[in-house]
Design a protein around this ligand. Structure first.
Ligand SMILES: Cc1ncc(C[n+]2csc(CCOP(=O)(O)OP(=O)(O)O)c2C)c(N)n1
Ligand SMILES: [Mg+2]
Length: 349
């Protein structure tokens, strides 16, 4: 057999020749669209603040992971999806993704307080919520598990030929899980319609991305599977939406999966029980001051002539929606005791 010359990735002519997605453009939103983004992001923020308060009052038990700071990601990306056609799956920091997919805040909040009217009948809590009607598939507590499940959802879209795309979200910490790469391999091999969204909020519990990741440019993580990646400013809702457009064009054209690395930041602790000793208050304050995604949309709106006074009624409306969700969640009855025995696996497969 003839000897083949030594080769490195740099000298491999196949690599630069591979088709790559175009650099995404920042989305040009109309005034109405921008107002809608503002409203959705504010709804997530106020909802999460209220959830934090209810947790403090002991009305929410178990784990509770807040999404404050990351609102632009779910809102920008999911605004490009079609509810009920495209599927969404994520980890345990899931309230924002549900709100951005149009799920009723009341049934989400009632799930947090463990009430029968909750979206998982009060038996799932913060980390385990689903709405098959919307094609929102959870809500998963096992770090990285949603990525493999997402590949399964994408397989279903392709098999059924329903034209849907799966958006599978996971964190910078999850990006180091082994099953993520098994899913990458199969997804590219079978050209599955899936967008892998890495929400790089800089921390996995108390570990910063640089302490945990040998390749901290996470958008490159698909290279050895020939999956292209794009790094996106996750604090800019218009950049998020623009990236979603590009990713969807790629996936819907049958070119297989794509990775979006969203550079974002969570303001609150990992969960409600995080003492936050691994970063300084100044660090958090500085991001809030310089890069807050909601303030950024406000500035965009100002450029279009929308004033603080114009936004007031909208903000009041959001407060009302969140207040009503909290009242509902506090007053709705708990599940009846026999519910303990429903939706439990009692047979063997
Ligand atoms: C398989 C598994 N390992 C460890 C944990 C414990 N754990 C829960 S969240 C988390 C950090 C994940 O961080 P990241 O993926 O960055 O998501 P973020 O919390 O920042 O949204 C860890 C290690 C778990 N739930 N599952
Ligand atoms: Mg993280």
């Amino acid at each position: 057999m003839a000897k083949s010359p030594a080769r490195t990735a740099q000298s491999d002519p196949q690599i630069p020749n591979r088709e790559r997605p175009a650099e995404p453009q920042r989305y040009e939103a109309s005034k109405e669209e921008l107002l809608d983004f503002y409203k959705q992001m504010l709804l997530i923020r106020r909802f999460e603040e209220k959830a934090g308060q209810l947790y403090g009052l002991g009305l929410i038990g178990g784990f509770c992971h807040l999404y404050i700071g990351q609102e632009a990601v779910a809102v920008g990306l999911q605004s490009a999806l079609e509810v009920g056609k495209d599927s969404v799956i994520t980890g345990y920091r899931d309230h924002g993704h549900m709100l951005a997919y149009g799920i009723d805040p009341k049934v989400i909040m009632a799930e947090l307080t463990g009430r029968a009217a909750g979206i998982s009948k009060g038996k799932g809590g913060s980390m385990h919520m689903f709405s098959t009607e919307h094609r929102f598939y959870g809500g998963h507590g096992i770090v990285g598990a949603q990525v493999s499940l997402g590949a399964g959802l994408a397989f279903k879209h392709k098999y059924a030929g329903d034209g849907g795309v799966c958006m599978a979200y996971f964190g910078d910490g999850a990006a180091n899980q082994g099953q993520v790469y098994e899913a990458f391999n199969m997804a590219e091999l079978w050209k599955l319609p899936i967008i892998f969204v890495i929400e790089n909020n800089q921390y996995a519990m108390g570990t910063s991305v640089n302490r945990a990741s040998s390749e901290d440019q996470l958008y490159k993580r698909g290279e050895s599977f020939r999956i292209p990646g794009i790094q996106v400013d996750g604090m800019d809702v218009l950049a998020c939406r623009g990236a979603a457009e590009e990713a969807l064009a790629w996936v819907r054209a049958g070119k297989g999966p794509i990775i979006l690395e969203m550079k974002t930041y969570r303001y609150r602790g990992h969960s409600m029980s995080d003492p936050a000793k691994y970063r300084s208050r100044d660090e958090v304050q500085s991001v809030r001051d310089k890069s807050d995604p909601i303030e950024a949309v406000k500035r965009e709106l100002e450029k279009l002539g929308v004033t603080e006074a114009d936004l007031k009624p909208l903000e009041q409306e959001i407060r009302k929606v969140v207040g009503e969700a909290a009242d509902f969640a506090e007053n709705a009855p708990e599940p009846e005791a026999p519910e303990l025995y429903t939706e439990v696996l009692v047979e063997t497969y």
